[in-house]
Design a protein around this ligand. Structure first.
Ligand SMILES: Cc1cc2nc3c(=O)[nH]c(=O)nc-3n(C[C@H](O)[C@H](O)[C@H](O)COP(=O)(O)OP(=O)(O)OC[C@H]3O[C@@H](n4cnc5c(N)ncnc54)[C@H](O)[C@@H]3O)c2cc1C
Length: 524
């Protein structure tokens, strides 16, 4: 819910007109004509069953994209950027292999579809050089196939949703511990395909650190390197599959390491005079091996917005007595998960360092408020769109040394591109993942959206932010992946020979080029 306080802040800063902008009704969404040949459709139906190939308008709309700003704006306007000719629901690894082989033979593009939460256009229905495009929805390919409680690994089908997986593991006192902000909807295969990063990334690690084995169905057959705890048998092929975003094939199964469920979770707030002071304090703590499992540092503006958004309803009271009374500070949420004794010891170490570096510990209420609202972001974004607010989210990572210059460069670029309409945007910055050598940075830009020009506004902001990121030598994506929206920027990070190597690998596994056209690998 958009609180009155946040609405007031946005009105004051952006000069909103107060009019509600409702999305068009589902029935009024305009879809492109179907181009799938009758023969290809018959073969698909013969492979997965007639009831598991759908082309009704609702299925096509729901599979026309993900949850990035461009996708949302297009669908709210009733004009998605393309839609699949059919949605196909395979039930097994073998069925996926058969679908990919027939799509290669019939020249049909395939977009693997997991939880549908891509932020970067990874699900955009692009046919490329093929005559039609299908969405391959993996929801039937779900479930835990094996659990090895002795070695602490689980074999899981790729279409399994993260909450279902956690629920099953918890019956055995285990957890994967992977909680991206989109946790409620993501699939394990989607996380693997995008190298996602969860909230407790310092504790459980990124998804790539949890994956021990992958099974990939490709148009050329199966790629399934042995799933071992460690191996020196050449480069890890697994690593080529993790983060491959559906352009090489479909991840159908994973072997992931699991851990005992934490006995306790403790999240707390620490307030700093400034974002810079907080970042420096975190650097000292992380490099002293005192990283909390969860770190969410919001800069001064992002902290004010978070408080106003009502995460603050519960946070405001405890914070009001401390450094945020003047609303001038930066708030870090830090958290630990594990056994009580270990948490007590680790917390003492971290908090000693953070206090010494200028932090004021404001306690658990702030942490509990964060935990209660940590999956609420998507709903707020939808409401902001209805209120005529452009919400741009741009993320990257860099070294501790380069952090100040990168933050300044991206903020300046966003202010320049989004201020062109005459009203300066609000630009907040957040550190959500920390490493010994650097950090991830997420920028949120809120601007007055111009009706009918939202996409052009967003593209100007995206181009400005991406150019600043690339000029700074930072990554074009720390966790959202490349997809469609970052594909034209990735070459500067991977280099010409790197891109050529990816193309060669794709030519081997997907010689006809049916797999997820227009994503990850820039057009040649
Ligand atoms: C509100 C919100 C918050 C988010 N927060 C985070 C966050 O905290 N951390 C983070 O890392 N990301 C985050 N994301 C981005 C997104 O949730 C992740 O990229 C997630 O991993 C995607 O999983 P999914 O199952 O939804 O995949 P989808 O969105 O369905 O697909 C993502 C991409 O992977 C491909 N793909 C999907 N499944 C497979 C498969 N089995 N085999 C091959 N390719 C496949 C798709 O074709 C697509 O290109 C957020 C997104 C939203 C909307």
């Amino acid at each position: 819910m958009l609180t009155r306080e946040l609405a007031g802040m946005l009105d004051d800063a952006l000069g909103l007109d107060g009019a509600a902008r409702e999305p068009v009704a589902l029935a009024d969404v305009r879809l492109p004509p179907l181009t799938l040949s009758a023969r290809a459709r018959e073969r698909l139906e013969a492979t997965v069953g007639a009831g598991w190939v759908t082309s009704d308008a609702v299925s096509r709309v729901l599979h026309s994209g993900g949850k990035g700003y461009v996708d949302l704006v297009a669908i709210r306007a009733g004009a998605p950027h393309g839609a699949p000719d059919a949605v196909v629901y395979p039930e097994s690894h073998e069925a996926v292999l058969a679908v990919l082989a027939l799509c290669a033979a019939e020249r049909v593009a395939v977009v693997p579809f997991g939880g549908g939460t891509s932020m970067v256009g990874g699900l955009s229905a692009i046919a490329g050089s093929q005559h039609a495009v299908i969405s391959l929805d993996l929801r039937r390919l779900a479930g835990v196939r094996a659990l090895d409680e002795h070695s602490l690994t689980a074999t899981v089908a790729a279409g399994t949703r993260a909450p279902a997986f956690e629920a099953l593991l918890s019956e055995h006192g285990l957890t994967l511990g992977h909680y991206p902000d989109s946790f409620e909807f993501v699939t394990l295969g989607g996380c693997a395909a995008t190298r996602s990063v969860g909230q407790a990334s310092s504790g459980y690690g990124r998804i790539d650190q949890a994956i021990q084995g992958v099974r990939l169905a490709t148009p050329a057959g199966e790629l399934a390197p042995a799933a071992l705890p460690a191996s020196a048998a050449g480069p890890a092929l697994r690593e080529l599959v993790v983060g491959s975003e559906g352009v090489l094939g479909v991840i159908t199964g994973l072997l992931v390491r699991v851990r005992p469920q934490p006995a306790e979770r403790l999240y707390e707030g620490v307030v700093f005079e400034s974002f810079e002071a907080a970042a420096e304090a975190l650097r000292i703590a992380v490099q002293a091996q005192a990283a909390p499992d969860v770190v969410r540092l919001t800069d001064e503006l992002a902290t004010r917005l978070a408080l106003a958004a009502g995460e603050g309803r519960r946070r405001r009271a405890p914070l009001g007595r401390h450094a945020l009374r003047s609303r001038g500070g930066a708030l870090a949420i830090v958290g630990w998960e594990g056994q009580r004794d270990a948490i007590t010891r680790r917390r003492l170490h971290t908090m000693t360092l953070l206090r010494r570096a200028g932090g004021t510990v404001v306690g658990e209420p702030a942490g509990r408020a964060w935990a209660a609202s940590r999956f609420a972001g998507p709903y707020l974004r939808d409401e902001l769109l209805s209120h005529g607010v452009l919400v741009g989210e741009f993320e990257t990572a860099t070294s501790w040394t380069a952090l100040p210059a990168l933050r300044a460069a991206v903020s300046t670029a966003l202010a320049g591109s989004l201020g062109a309409c005459g009203t300066p945007p609000l630009i907040g910055c957040q550190v959500s993942h920390v490493y010994d050598t650097g950090v991830s940075l997420s920028f949120t830009a809120l601007a007055r959206s111009l009706d009918g020009q939202q996409e052009a506004q967003w593209r100007a902001a995206k181009d400005g932010a991406s150019a600043a990121i690339v000029r700074s030598g930072a990554t074009i994506s720390h966790h959202h992946s490349v997809g469609r929206d970052n594909a034209s920027w990735v070459a500067s990070e991977l280099g010409p020979l790197g891109i050529a190597s990816l193309r060669a690998l794709k030519a081997q596994l997907d010689p006809v080029g049916v797999m997820n056209p227009g994503k990850l690998i820039p057009a040649g």
